[in-house]
Design a protein around this ligand. Structure first.
Ligand code: EPZ
Length: 424
């Protein structure tokens, strides 16, 4: 298992280009199953999760071709309906092939996704939505067997504005017979990106990005298209928070500040000089951050995927901050790792109290999930000494060449390949 070695103390200067959004690209790749032929998706980040989604599609009989950040998915003759546990355990988001498979074949056999380090990650809202549309489910040795002789429109109320449930149901509803209304739908920009591509393919969707999405099912017959993935707002926020910890002056090229309003508001309160512009987002930080309170909520609230990174910023802030995590039930697991670096954070249920300290100190720490790993890198950028971060494969799932891009901004970050006899 590779490690990252990060030596703190160097401000970040220069510009970095943000990649395509992981949490859109994965669903756009799955949506290719709705059309027969070659769908071309541009600006796909070359990260482990997108490679895994390529493996899922290949397992279903599609031919997946990468050329730089452009992925071509040829679904001609793709007859597979099974997504094996080996792939789902690698990436639980594989479950979003369920909607397209029900639309394409009327059936699917998908391994049940397990939980992960941030929560139980239920899929009950996905299944309830599909059942409303006429699908039936049975369970067989850890697999979900889904059948839908015909999908029909329905009114679906989501108990929680689940991103995945909104997307999965949307990808089935576009091919159903009749009209589907999703109430309390998730509003994330990635949902709008997916709906945009589906409409380009011939789907009829109104209201994507609002809490009520209305879909007039066409019964299928979608055309393969070429579509460019929306910029990754979580990656943009991650780089902005890196500047807030390390100090410096960075242009995040291609960043969409209109997708980050709550985050940029909080970073400004913390003392950052944020300048949105046509080229992207300029972030300057000359002093130590100032404490701010924040609460994670579904979009347009503060995104849970930037909660760990924000905690890293606040761990060295002047004053005490209070963070509340409302989306996942156990997304503070990484706090123990931050406290090993000298942070003073106490958690109680969904709340965390962060008493800012002058400076963190290097210590061997682990990346517990994609965003917690990014938070450890950020914390290490201003820590005293060289921090060793292990389990870097989590970071590689969500960030393309994070160490190379931070090094290009002046950070002292290098990857150390694990020696063959290193303990796993
Ligand atoms: C997506 O996960 C993202 N992943 C997550 O990003 C992100 O944190 C999350 O949305 C929230 O924004 C991808 O898009 C691949 P949810 P998803 O369904 O769809 C509960 C990252 O690091 N829930 O909105 O799984 C669930 O347990 C990842 O990039 C149910 O109870 O998120 C959670 O508490 C981490 N039943 C909450 O809703 C369901 O059927 C939010 O889940 C579905 C969800």
């Amino acid at each position: 298992m590779d490690r990252l070695l990060v030596t703190g103390g160097t401000p970040l200067e220069g510009s970095v280009r943000v990649g395509g959004a992981k949490n859109s690209a994965l669903k756009l790749m799955a949506a290719a199953l709705l059309a027969e032929g070659e769908t071309v998706i541009e600006n796909v980040p070359r990260i482990a999760d997108c490679l895994t989604m390529g493996d899922v599609l290949a397992h279903l009989g599609a031919r997946v071709r990468w050329e730089g950040s452009t992925v071509t998915v040829d679904t001609s003759g793709a007859a597979g309906v099974e997504t094996p546990y080996e792939l789902v355990r690698r990436m639980r988001a594989s479950i979003v092939v369920l909607g397209p498979l029900l639309a394409r074949h009327g059936r699917a056999r998908v391994a049940m996704p397990g939980g992960c380090n941030i929560g139980s990650r239920q899929i009950d809202l996905h299944l309830k939505g599909f059942e409303r549309m006429g699908a039936e489910f049975t369970y067989d040795h850890g697999y979900l067997e889904a059948t839908a002789s015909s999908l029909h429109g329905a009114v679906i109320w989501l108990d929680f504005p689940s991103v995945g449930a909104t997307e999965n149901v949307l990808m089935a509803a576009v091919a159903a017979s009749g009209t589907t209304v999703i109430e309390n739908a998730a509003r994330e920009p990635e949902i709008q990106d997916l709906a945009g591509m589906l409409v380009e393919m011939g789907a009829k969707i109104e209201g994507a990005g609002t809490t009520t999405v209305e879909i007039e099912g066409t019964g299928g017959g979608f055309e393969p298209v070429r579509h460019r993935v929306v910029p990754d707002r979580i990656e943009s926020g991650t780089f902005a928070m890196a500047v807030c910890v390390a100090g410096g002056n960075v242009m995040i090229e291609g960043a969409r500040s209109d997708h980050l309003e709550m985050v940029l508001d909080k970073l400004s309160d913390a003392g950052a000089d944020i300048q949105p512009g046509d080229r992207g987002l300029s972030v300057k930080m000359a002093d130590r951050p100032v404490s701010v309170d924040f609460v994670t909520l579904p979009y347009p609230g503060f995104p849970t995927d930037l909660q760990p990174q924000m905690m890293a910023v606040l761990s060295t802030a002047r004053g005490t901050s209070i963070a509340t995590e409302n989306v996942f039930e156990s997304r503070f697991m990484f706090v123990d790792e931050l406290n090993r670096m000298g942070a003073d954070i106490r958690t109680e249920g969904h709340h965390a109290v962060i008493r800012g300290v002058e400076r963190l100190s290097a210590a061997p720490v682990r990346a517990l999930d994609i965003r917690a790993g990014a938070a450890m890198v950020i914390a290490a950028l201003a820590a005293d000494g060289t921090t060793e971060i292990s389990d870097v494969h989590f970071i590689d799932r969500g960030y393309e060449d994070l160490e190379g891009r931070l090094s290009a901004l002046g950070a002292e970050v290098r990857r150390e390949a694990a020696s063959p006899d290193a303990p796993a």
